[in-house]
Design a protein. Structure first.
Length: 156
C-alpha cells in the first residue's frame, strides 16, 4: 500500500474485523490510479459471518421502539455532519469526483436526503411499541417476518 493509504475493515457484530482469511485488495483512486486504501477481500465465509451476526442482533433490534431507532439514525446523521470534510475528501478520492461535486452530497445524506428524513418516518409507524409489534406482521397469524440485512464495512 502506498504511503498515506487507509486500512479499511469490516464492521461485523459490533467489531472492526479483517477478512476471515486475512486477504486484502487495493482501493484505487480512478482519477490517478493511486492506491488510497486497502480493504478486506470478502469471501463466502465473510458473508456467512456477517449474516450470523445480523441474525444474532435481529431480536434486539426488533425490540427497539420507533423513538429509539430514530435516535440512532439522528446520532449517525450528526456524526456524518461532524466528519463532513473528511467524508468529502474520501468520496472525492474513492470515485475520482471533484470536491465541489462531492461537497453537497454529504449534508444531503445526513439531512433530508436520507437519515434525518428516515428518522422522522418512525412517527408514521403505528403504536409506541417495539418494531416486532408494529411492522412486518403477517396478517394470517400476526407473527413478524423480519429480513436480515447485510453488514456494512468501515474504516478504523
Amino acid at each position: 500500500m502506498q504511503q498515506g493509504g487507509t486500512r479499511v475493515r469490516n464492521f461485523v457484530g459490533g467489531q472492526w474485523l479483517d477478512a476471515v482469511d486475512g486477504a486484502v485488495m487495493p482501493v484505487l483512486n480512478p482519477a490517478t490510479g493511486g492506491v488510497i486504501a486497502e480493504a478486506p477481500r470478502g469471501t463466502r465465509a465473510d458473508v456467512e459471518r456477517a449474516v450470523q451476526a445480523a441474525a444474532k442482533a435481529l431480536p434486539g433490534w426488533l425490540d427497539t421502539t420507533p423513538a429509539e431507532r430514530a435516535a440512532m439514525l439522528l446520532r449517525l446523521a450528526d456524526a456524518i455532519e461532524e466528519h463532513a470534510a473528511e467524508l468529502v475528501a474520501m468520496e472525492s478520492k474513492n470515485v475520482g469526483k471533484p470536491r465541489p461535486v462531492a461537497e453537497p452530497e454529504i449534508p444531503f445524506a445526513a439531512d433530508t436526503g436520507d437519515l434525518r428524513r428516515a428518522a422522522g418516518q418512525g412517527a408514521r409507524i403505528p403504536g409506541p411499541g417495539p418494531l416486532r409489534e408494529s411492522v412486518g406482521a403477517d396478517r394470517r397469524d400476526g407473527r413478524a417476518r423480519p429480513r436480515v440485512l447485510p453488514a456494512v464495512g468501515g474504516r478504523d
